[in-house]
Design a protein around this ligand. Structure first.
Ligand SMILES: [Fe+2]
Length: 402
């Protein structure tokens, strides 16, 4: 959800038409008709005057326990020239808040909902209209770069065209999102290998899945840098985990609820001497019930560790989910070309590929990851330098159940 809005509406949102205070809080009526209430402890604990310090830098000179639990507002003053509200706490202590900051942090249900991106789920209908973007434009133009980040947030993926074809430049392209998160796999070379340990290194078809759900924090923004492509198969498949979840929720709400609640066991043991395991529900939701992520690797699920009453219903629910996925509902297929880079959120999208014939032509894809933290940071900074309100969006989407 982009929060683009005309400048005049933007200005109205942050314009105060009435300011009132009681001992215990602040009330603001905005020019667009909305109203906000801010409890005094919320205001005082957000104060960033020189004496209080800044929570954004974590250089704080006062602790919550040193503040009164219900601080009393002596006065509240609006300065229309600087769009600033000042709160006088007495004894010379003044807090100042920009009006757009107050509006951007309004505690009303409507504004809290407004700050949360609602991913528009997609299915097969986007097949003819995939989010392709030109690498040189995204790399060379700040607005195109922001559009790339927003598309990645809203659709969950972007395909960059005409990216560098050189093997050693994968990291440079990934830097469009942020610094790499390296795991034991490093930058992974996906190709048919003579003695493969994982199926990614084989030529077999792969059903839709998310990568590495056996980690506490699975890889998030994932890059498939295509260096060589098979002429005999090797097409990529993608599906939006949010749409898959919606399909299951509509058809079998109980199965969906169960897969949001009962942790599945994901594990992976490697010859190099590593044994990963994590238990988490397949679907993650936020506090508002919004689906925010998926983790699912059907081939890598161990026996569920759940109360007996949940065990058979769990397997029934997973079966229903997999039937939807295997049937190809909401799935798209795309043949990536050498020099293209598929960038996707592995905590939202599922991916797979058709089988290929490695003896007929070579297929080589390099894969690496960037954390959601890095991605969200890039978005926030891009909005901040443009003085845009989206800087205060709550970008919590992901597969983590915390
Ligand atoms: Fe994968």
């Amino acid at each position: 959800m982009a929060l683009d809005m005309p400048q005049d509406r933007k200005a109205t949102r942050a314009r105060v038409s009435k300011l009132e205070h009681t001992d215990s809080g602040l009330f603001i009526q905005w020019r667009d008709g909305h109203s906000s209430q801010f409890p005094s402890i919320w205001l005082l604990s957000s104060c960033s005057c020189a004496a209080c310090g800044s929570s954004e830098s974590a250089v704080r000179h006062i602790k919550l326990t040193e503040m009164p639990a219900r601080p009393v507002i002596v006065d509240a003053i609006l300065d229309v020239d600087t769009d600033t509200v000042s709160i006088d706490w007495g004894e010379g202590h003044m807090s100042r808040y920009k009006t757009d900051w107050l509006r951007g942090h309004c505690l009303s249900p409507a504004e809290r909902k407004y700050r949360r991106p609602r991913p528009a789920s997609w299915g097969g209908e986007i097949a003819g209209n995939l989010p392709y973007m030109d690498y040189a434009t995204v790399a060379g133009d700040d607005d195109a770069h922001l559009c790339f980040l927003e598309t990645l947030r809203d659709a969950g993926f972007v395909i960059l065209r005409d990216a560098p074809k050189e093997r050693e430049r994968t990291e440079e392209v990934a830097a469009l999102v942020g610094k790499l998160r390296l795991t034991n796999y490093g930058i992974f070379e996906l190709e048919a290998k003579p003695n493969p340990e994982i199926v990614g290194d084989m030529a077999v078809p792969l059903e839709l899945h998310t990568d590495e759900p056996y980690r506490i924090e699975p890889p998030a923004i994932t890059f498939f840098h295509v260096l060589a492509q098979s002429n005999h198969g090797g097409d990529s498949t993608l599906a939006d985990g949010v749409r898959i979840a919606e399909i299951l929720r509509d058809r079998d709400p109980d199965a969906f609820e169960l897969l949001c609640r009962v942790p599945a066991r994901f594990h992976r043991t490697l010859r190099e001497g590593r044994a990963f395991e994590y238990h988490a529900p397949i679907f993650a939701r936020d506090g508002d019930g919004q689906i925010r992520g998926i983790r699912l690797l059907d081939r890598g699920m161990g026996p569920v560790d759940a109360p007996l009453k949940d065990v058979e219903p769990f397997y029934d629910a997973v079966r229903k989910l997999l039937e939807i996925i295997y049937a190809g509902e909401a799935r798209i297929t795309v043949k990536l070309q050498p020099g293209e880079m598929l960038v996707f959120n592995n905590q939202r999208l599922m991916h797979g590929r058709t089988g290929f014939d490695p003896s007929a032509s070579r297929r080589h894809v390099r894969s690496c990851h960037v954390d959601l933290d890095e991605f969200h940071s890039r978005l926030r900074v891009a909005y901040r330098v443009r003085n845009r309100e989206e800087a205060w969006m709550v970008l919590g989407c992901g597969a983590s159940s915390a």
